[in-house]
Design a protein around this ligand. Structure first.
Ligand SMILES: CC(C)(COP(=O)(O)OP(=O)(O)OC[C@H]1O[C@@H](n2cnc3c(N)ncnc32)[C@H](O)[C@@H]1OP(=O)(O)O)[C@@H](O)C(=O)NCCC(=O)NCCS
Length: 185
């Protein structure tokens, strides 16, 4: 497995009052998504994602894009992915908000966009690994014990460099009861 080494990764100095556009990611967004996730990964809050992996999963991602404003550049204000794990479960992953936009509802709106997409797919449940338990609780998730996790979650974990030493919390959100499908990840 390739583990990427990060030094200091900088992000553009976006204006916190810049208007935002909400849209799905495109391949041309890979560099900006890589940079913003890398910014937080370098601070130990997220897993780094290679540009190759981002390209393979680019259709997972919802973005908040800030316009240029008052002489400051435009750029990526936030990103969040919805990744299918199984026919009855998807993971909210790769959630990162630009430091100048934290605490302004961007993270919640990105998770809500993933949730709308999940409901369109008739998914009964969402799952997330995180250190941000309180944030996910505010988004309607609840903590679940790792012993109750769907096997597919663990098969993904085995590819993670922190598999043997993982302190992330498992969060779960039921979307609806769908007959014949499992309801616990
Ligand atoms: C965690 C993160 C995604 C939250 O996004 P955000 O846009 O700053 O959060 P929001 O403004 O949408 O907050 C929504 C709610 O969660 C709360 N909240 C957000 N971050 C919180 C935190 N770290 N601890 C406690 N509560 C938090 C807010 O106060 C708000 O509460 P409210 O419902 O009472 O208004 C963002 O700060 C971030 O990118 N952090 C660094 C990277 C990271 O940890 N990513 C998560 C990987 S799973």
């Amino acid at each position: 497995m390739t583990v990427l080494t990060l030094d200091s990764i900088a992000v553009p100095d976006l204006h916190p009052d810049a208007p935002l556009t909400w849209r799905k990611a495109r391949l041309s967004d890979i560099d900006a998504v890589h940079e913003l996730i890398g910014y937080w990964a370098a601070r130990g809050l997220m897993l780094v994602r290679s540009k190759q992996l981002l390209a393979e999963t680019i259709r997972d991602f919802q973005l908040a894009v800030a316009e240029p404003h008052e002489g400051r550049p435009g750029g990526l204000a936030g990103v969040c992915g919805l990744h299918m794990l199984a026919p009855d479960l998807a993971e909210v992953r790769g959630l990162a908000v630009h430091p100048n936009f934290q605490g302004r509802g961007v993270g919640r709106e990105l998770v809500a966009a993933c949730e709308r997409e999940a409901r369109d797919l008739a998914l009964p449940a969402l799952f997330a690994w995180t250190y941000q338990q309180k944030f996910f609780e505010r988004c309607g998730f609840e903590r679940i014990e790792k012993t109750n996790l769907h096997p597919k979650v663990w098969s993904e974990c085995q590819r993670c460099p922190f598999f043997e030493n993982c302190n992330e919390i498992a969060m779960y959100r039921r979307l609806s009861a769908v007959s014949g499908q499992r309801s616990v990840p």
